[in-house]
Design a protein around this ligand. Structure first.
Ligand SMILES: *Cc1c(COP(=O)(O)O)cnc(C)c1O
Length: 341
């Protein structure tokens, strides 16, 4: 689908929107006398409104990710990007979105808030992607398809070729959530952005980059889609303190941490598999393991009583008797193994 067809999917009110022009739209970061925004003139580092375009942080991220700043959106976590997808493309009570199940809970919450129907298609055997069934679930009003890869909570990723197949046949926008891509052996769907205008890729600084508290989520897409995001977002959605800290902390080496987490992931998978109470450990391309045990509530409570918190996913269809266990430091992981043994 080319960008002209993508623009036809945009809600009419959003297409016609005259965006709020902020006092700092002309701001180039230089020195000047700023008497335009009713700020307190006495400098304390934060008395001025921040750059609504996040130019400096985008340039830094552009170098790290190899994606042009015009093809990038920075949100208050991925959650903002997810919500913007609904607000830009989905007419409440008219349009619908399609996604897989089980998957990340935020698509459903965001859909409910925006009064948009969600059509969930259960994953296949071994959590495989039901590509044909996903397409069959779509109709004239299906604007978005959310695919989380690597998927939360199942941990597996889907292939680029499957994404390409969906992009070829789906008459809407494919949103690929890559929160865990840095732990994956599969390539990023960002490699498909040059070929497909109906693709939005979500990433985040919350997981591999270790900046969950700063709330910085990323979206990558065609510049015209990113312009819509810029028009609809709150003008100053990212604060200056967060941008500054991110710029400082992004210079650290996270590659070694990612390597360690991946090696702990295989050590943990092996150790857990050998346990009496463990039925199976699902293969993971993320920084967590989905583990089926004989009695999830019992194992969960045992861990809680020892002050080790994991995520009980046993109530989720397809994840019966499963716990989702994040990979921690070697010491934290040993503690969990000790309690479960
Ligand atoms: C953790 C996670 C995110 C990250 O959300 P932020 O709002 O960026 O912290 C996004 N998608 C999935 C599937 C996740 O598990």
């Amino acid at each position: 689908m080319d960008i002209d067809n993508v623009m036809r999917l945009v809600r009419e009110n959003i297409r016609n929107l005259a965006p709020y022009s902020t006092a700092r739209d002309e701001y180039k970061g230089g020195i000047g006398v700023f008497l335009d925004a009713n700020e307190n003139p006495y400098n304390n580092g934060y008395n001025r409104y921040p750059d609504p375009r996040q130019t400096t942080l985008k340039e830094l991220l552009s170098q790290i990710k190899g994606i042009a700043p015009q093809s990038m959106f920075i949100g208050n976590g991925s959650d903002e990007a997810i919500d913007l997808c609904f607000r830009i493309f989905c007419e409440p009570r008219v349009d619908n979105v399609v996604t897989i199940a089980p998957t990340y809970g935020m698509y459903r919450v965001s859909a409910a808030i925006n009064d948009v129907e969600v059509r969930e298609v259960q994953l296949g055997e071994d959590f495989s992607l039901p590509t044909a069934a996903l397409l069959s679930a779509c109709d004239q009003n299906t604007k978005l398809m959310f695919i989380c890869s690597p998927n939360n909570p199942t941990g597996n990723s889907f292939s680029i070729e499957q994404m390409r197949w969906i992009l070829e046949y789906f008459d809407g926008i494919l949103v690929v959530d890559e929160a865990y891509i840095d732990f994956s052996s599969e390539a990023s769907a960002t490699t498909l952005l040059a070929e497909y205008d109906n693709l939005i890729v979500l990433q985040t600084l919350s997981k591999a980059y270790g900046l969950a508290a700063l709330r910085l989520g990323l979206a990558f897409a065609h510049p015209q889609i990113m312009q819509l995001f810029a028009n609809v977002k709150y003008p100053y959605n990212i604060n200056l303190a967060g941008m500054e800290r991110a710029a400082q902390l992004l210079t650290r080496d996270v590659e070694t941490q990612i390597k360690n987490i991946k090696s702990e992931r295989s050590r943990m998978a092996q150790a857990l598999e050998s346990m009496q109470c463990v039925k199976s450990v699902y293969p993971s391309d993320a920084n967590f393991l989905l583990v089926k045990v004989d009695d999830a509530k019992n194992v969960y409570n045992k861990l809680i009583n020892a002050e080790v918190i994991v995520r009980d996913r046993s109530g989720v269809k397809g994840c019966e008797e499963c716990l989702r266990i994040t990979i921690g430091t070697p010491e934290e992981n040993d503690r969990l193994l000790q309690i479960m043994a």
